[in-house]
Every structure is written in C-alpha cells, then in structure tokens.
Design a protein around this ligand. Structure first.
Ligand code: BDP
Length: 702
C-alpha cells in the first residue's frame, strides 16, 4: 500500500537535527483558504507536515504575529509581507511560484506565494518535495516558472476500460459509475499530477470512439473535469474525425462541408457549456486506419482548422498528431510525417499544435530525434513521449525513461545554427511560438501502485518534471524521486540512482543495439520477432527495418538509400551520412553495413552486435546485484517486488539476446564471439512462441 502513495509518501523525518530545524521553520503555519485550489494546498501541507514532523505545528486561518510559514497569493498578503517579496514576484508568471525566506519583525518567515492560486499549490508541492528530499530550507529564494504551457498526459484508455499499450491494469476512469461516483483515486491522481506540474489530461485513446462526445459521456467527463479543476488540470478529449457521421446523423465528415462545420461548432459549444475550461481536442487522423480529412480529398490543414475554428471562441486548442505513415507510400516510413506535414507549415490556425513523437518511427528504445523538430518553423510543435513502455519491456522491465527524454531534448537540430536544441524548439524560444507543450502517453492504470512496476512511477514523475522544465537533468530527477519515494540515505540513493541511469542503455543493448529498431514481435510488441515478414504492409514487418542479408545489416537512409538524412539540417545530415562520423548508437538506423565492418573499437560489426546484446544482459545482472545490496534500506515487500521483476527482466533480456543472435547468425554465418553466452534454445523455439493475450494489445485495423 505504501506504493500507492507514489512520491508523496511524506515519510517521518527521523534525523533529529533536521526535524528540529524544519519544525522551527514551519511551527506556525498560515495557509489561505480563499479558493478550492488554496484549500487543496492547505490540505496537502497539513497532511505532509503532520506526517513528516508530527503534531506540534499550529495551523491558522488568518494572519497572526506568530506565523513562520505563510502560504498565499501575493494579492492577499499584508502590505509588509508584500514589500518583502515585491521584486521577486515580478518574475513569477501565471503558473509560477516563489519560495522565499524573509526576516520579518526579527523573525524568520518562509513565504510560499504566487500570482495565482495554482502557483501557490505548485509552490507548496515543491516546498514539500524539498522537505522530503531533506534540502536546506533556511535561506530560500527560488522563483520557478514552468517553461511549457501545456504539460499533459495522453491516456490511451478505451471506454471499456482496456488501455491500449497499458500494462498497469485497467483504466482509472470508471465510466459506468460516473458521473455520480467520484473515486478517491481521481483526487490522488490529480494531486500526483499537480505535484509535478502536469496541467492537462486527454482522457481517451487517440484511436478514438465517437461515443465520448455524446451527452451521456460528456456528463461523465464533466464530473472528472470538476474533480481535476482545483488541481489546475484541464481535460482534453480525443475527437474521432468521423463523429459527425457516427453520432451526428450526417452522411459525411468532410471538413469543408457546411453541415459538418456546424456540427463541430455545436458540439464544441455543448461541451463548453458544461466544461467551461475544456482544453480541446486531440486528434489522430488518417493514421493507421483512423478516419480523417484525406478520406474526402482534403488535407490536415482543412481538418485541423475546421476544429480550431470551433474551439477558438472558447480558447480551446486542437492538438493534431503527426504520427502518419501511408500504406500507399513506398518511401521510407521514417520520412513520411515530415514529407506530409512540412508543406503545411504556416497554414494552421494559431490554436493548432502539431504533436510529434520524439523519433521518426515509433517510440523505440532509441531513435534519432524526429526531423520535424526545428524544420517546422511556423507551427508550434508539441513533443509526444511515451511513458508507457510499449517497446521497452512493458511494466516488467526497470527502465528509467527520463534518460531517453533528456537525450532527445538535448539533441541539437542545428536548424538555426549550433545550439538549436529540441528543447528550444518545443519551449518556443527558438521560433517564438505562442503556445508550447509536452505530452506523455500515460503508463497509469488501476494497479495499486498505479504504474505496474514501482520504478515506472519515476517515469511519470520524470515526465512531469521535464514538461515543467525540459532543461532539468535526468540525474537530478532520479535523485529527487528516490529520496521522496524510498530513502534519503546516500548509501541507498547513489547506487540505485546509477542503476536507474544505466537502465535505459541496458534495454537498448539487449533489444536494439547499434541503431537496430522495430524488430519486435507482431502486434503486442512483447519480445523479439526479427524474423517476422508476413504482415500485410511491408513497413509492419521487422525485416523491413533491419534488412539483414548475407552481406550485412541495417537500413540505408543516406543518399545511396532512402536519403532520410536530407530531412535534417546539413550539419546533422553530413555527420549521419558519414559512417565514420555518425555516433555508433545510430549506425544501423542510417547505414546498411557488412558483417565484417570495423567498429570504432576494432571489433567487426557481427561481434559488436553480439557483445552489445551480452552487455545488456550483464547490465541487468548488475542491476540485480545492486538491488540485492539495498535490502537493509527496504522493507521486505519493497525489496521483493523489484527483485522478482528484475528476475523477469533478466530472463527476457536473455530471450532477446538469444533470439536475435540466432536469427542474425543465419545471415552473418559467423560464430558468437568469446564472452557471449551460448543460447540454450533454438531459433525455432523462439519463433514458435505466441502471445495472443499479452497485455495492451490494440485490435488490428487491417
Ligand atoms: C503505436 C502503437 C499504437 C498506437 C500508435 C499511435 O503501437 O497502439 O495507436 O502508436 O501512436 O506506438 O497512434
């Protein structure tokens, strides 16, 4: 049950010096209760301080001279207090906050303030997090503003409560009991999100069901929106493009048809009448069989702007996804989103954001950054990361994703010269966009611990922190999370942190080393399937991506091949085209190379691939050792839970290694190099494995 509390455990502070110090700081706490949001702040402070420090803290509802902690919006503060923070508060934006230690009438007072209620709540959560991580709170002077506007989760939750690519149970949203029944979990979900600054949630799957837009469901959505509002969270819905036909009795969904436009206008009005702060629509159109404007000979701009027009009067946004690849397009799948969207740059209305996955294929353990970042200069792009581990071992493998997110955010697009990082594209600083955002495909379900794997909580946490500030380091985030979740003992934090930080490279090594990608088994993406070649479309088959043959392996995306590199700035294109300059982690993503090609360290490619697979397995063994050594800092159940999962991870890492090496060996015709363990099963055995009931499968659309 401790797991349920996420990073909001508020464990008792047992270090007496620290407890005395903190107690003195917060002894007499004044927390405004002027609004539902401020009341949430108050509840959180009361809960947290009593758990961390005990019961001798006095909470007052009004200003008294004894106060040492003051929590309120700037406008409500007394003149004296205002004057003490007047300078700093100028730098606080509408969702930002200020934490400041001041001297007031010869007394130390800590002020948590902001321009708006939501900023106060965020400030409270940060302050409590600092206390949970045993930070020095004596001389605070911190202004922190979110660097992105829309910080959102995308739930791929279906109305029957199954979750596409969900590995943590069923959907949290209990549609049958809504709107009357407000599950306590909705509130804890909102608290957790607010604690890291997430301010938006798209409740439903991008493979959308139009029913969510019917009055009966909208009442239920309203109940959730009402619950989340005081935590600063806006609700978005996925809009099925053909909804006017399916639930509106029209015979077309053509975006330029007057009746269709009117239908969306009326539908939008109906939504805002009951949810006045509705965020807008998230749309997957003409992608993987979803309907869209192209069904009517129209394009993405026609579709997005039609919805944007309906939302505009209410301040709502359209988030239009760029995850498209057509079965009729013979070119490289990695090129298609760019090719399809770049011509529209500048044509979208100003309340349209285009949501782009971090890489050009699909949430692989490693991909180069998506070439649309930086190239699409006149359209705000919202980053789409996947928090749920569709291609990274589901919720069974411990993989710390902020490391992956950070790699993408730090990548330099060179689109406006050196230093044009992806982070600068999405925070709007490179091209001066009005609205900015980051979306994460949620890994949350109704499992008691929310995310299946206890360490997957860190991925939710880390996503939120990076959406707030895409320049944060993954290491700092891991540190915060570990301290709040498990322990502040450095003998625990340091080794476990380094385990987390290497876990991402481990999964790359044992699944897709040296730029290999999309060699997952059909449909469920659980386990290896590099041999799969029988699916309806070439670009659904792993053989399309690795192109192994007797001569070599890898996808040639240089000018001699698909020339996908031309979609990047010349600095990147030149580097990636040159087999000597490309970072080896992207080698086989961009090059088809002979099995005896010499790697940087002198190994031949075949040996290098095999040794990487082995290294991945060895890294998991190291993780197991690290965790075993942590027993003294963990409860029995905390220890066992992760230990059991790590054993599965090891078993599956070996499965990946053996299946892939046996398969690729049929082309390389070379022995396994020394140091690589011999497979104990045959290739035929691995090929025979079938997983019709693996979790998270989506119904196929072909
Ligand atoms: C892929 C998933 C599929 C999603 C699709 C998407 O396999 O279930 O519907 O992405 O993002 O990663 O739309």
């Amino acid at each position: 049950l401790e797991d349920y509390k996420l990073w909001l455990k508020y464990q008792t502070i047992t270090n007496t010096d620290l407890a005395i110090n903190y107690n003195a700081l917060v002894k007499h706490a004044y927390i405004s209760q002027g609004s539902p949001t401020l009341r949430n702040a108050k509840k959180e402070v009361e809960l947290a301080l009593s758990k961390m420090l005990g019961d001798d803290i006095t909470f007052t509802n009004e200003w008294v001279p004894e106060n040492t902690l003051v929590v309120d919006v700037y406008d409500n503060l007394s003149k004296d207090l205002k004057s003490l923070i007047a300078e700093e508060i100028k730098n606080v934006t509408h969702e930002g906050f200020l934490l400041k230690s001041v001297n007031y009438k010869n007394k130390k007072v800590t002020i948590i303030s902001a321009k708006k209620d939501i900023g106060v709540l965020y400030g409270v959560f940060r302050f409590l997090n600092m206390m949970q991580t045993h930070s020095n709170l004596n001389n605070l002077n911190l202004v922190d503003n979110p660097k992105l506007d829309i910080r959102m989760l995308n739930h791929w939750d279906n109305l029957d409560r199954s979750v596409e690519r969900g590995y943590a149970g069923f959907s949290l949203w209990n549609w049958q009991k809504l709107p009357e029944y407000i599950d306590e979990r909705y509130i804890d979900y909102a608290r957790a999100n607010a604690s890291i600054g997430i301010n938006a949630t798209a409740l439903t799957n991008v493979n959308a069901n139009a029913l969510i837009l019917t009055p009966m469901y909208l009442e239920k959505v309203k109940a959730l929106a009402d619950t989340f509002r005081s935590y600063g969270i806006k609700v978005y819905l996925t809009a099925r493009f053909s909804a006017p036909i399916e639930i509106g009795n029209l015979d077309t969904a053509d975006p330029l048809n007057a009746d269709v436009k009117l239908w969306w206008k009326n539908k939008t009005k109906e939504i805002y009448e009951i949810i006045p702060d509705f965020g807008g629509f998230l749309v997957k159109a003409n992608s993987e069989g979803q309907p869209g404007p192209q069904n009517y000979g129209k394009d993405h701009v026609d579709g997005a702007n039609m919805m944007a027009e309906a939302l505009k009067p209410y301040g709502g946004n359209v988030i239009w996804r760029a995850f498209v690849y057509s079965e009729h397009d013979e070119t490289d799948r990695a090129k298609q989103a760019y090719d399809e969207f770049l011509p529209y740059d500048g044509n979208f209305m100003d309340n349209v954001l285009v949501q782009v996955k971090n890489g050009p294929i699909d949430f692989q353990p490693r991909e180069p950054f998506h070439p649309m970042f930086g190239a699409m200069k006149k359209t705000p792009l919202i980053m789409e990361f996947q928090i749920t581990q569709e291609y990274l071992g589901f919720s069974t493998h411990l993989v710390y994703l902020p490391k992956l997110f950070e790699e993408v955010l730090d990548a330099d697009t060179y689109q406006r010269g050196e230093g044009s990082t992806v982070a600068k594209v999405i925070d709007g600083s490179l091209y001066g966009n009005e609205i900015t955002g980051m979306a994460g495909v949620s890994n949350i379900g109704n499992d008691i611990n929310w995310t299946g794997h206890p360490f997957a909580q860190a991925n939710w946490y880390g996503f939120g922190r990076l959406a707030w500030d895409p320049y944060l380091s993954s290491e700092v985030i891991a540190d915060e999370w570990l301290r709040a979740t498990y322990s502040n003992d450095n003998k625990f934090v340091e080794p476990v942190k380094s385990m987390m930080l290497t876990s991402r490279e481990a999964v790359v090594n044992y699944m897709n080393p040296l730029g290999l990608h999309h060699i997952f088994d059909t449909g469920h993406h659980y386990g290896p399937g590099p041999w799969v070649d029988n699916l309806g479309r070439p670009d659904w088959n792993p053989v399309y991506y690795h192109k192994a043959d007797s001569l070599g392996v890898g996808f040639d995306r240089t000018p001699s091949g698909s020339n996908a590199t031309e979609q990047y700035a010349p600095e990147i294109a030149q580097k990636y085209n040159d087999v000597k300059k490309i970072p080896e982690e992207y080698l086989l993503w961009f090059h088809h190379l002979p099995w005896d090609y010499k790697l940087d360290n002198g190994e031949i490619l075949w040996d290098g691939i095999a040794l990487k697979y082995q290294e991945g397995v060895d890294q998991v063994k190291d993780m197991i050792n690290t965790w075993d050594n942590m027993k003294p800092y963990l409860s029995e159940s905390e220890y066992r839970e992760v230990a059991m999962l790590l054993e599965i991870q090891l078993k599956e890492a070996k499965w990946w290694r053996d299946a892939c090496l046996l398969y690729f060996q049929t082309f390389s015709n070379r022995p396994l190099p020394e140091g690589v363990e011999k497979p104990t099963k045959s290739l035929e055995y691995f090929k025979s494995l079938k997983f019709p009931f693996a979790p998270g499968i989506r119904p196929r659309w072909d």
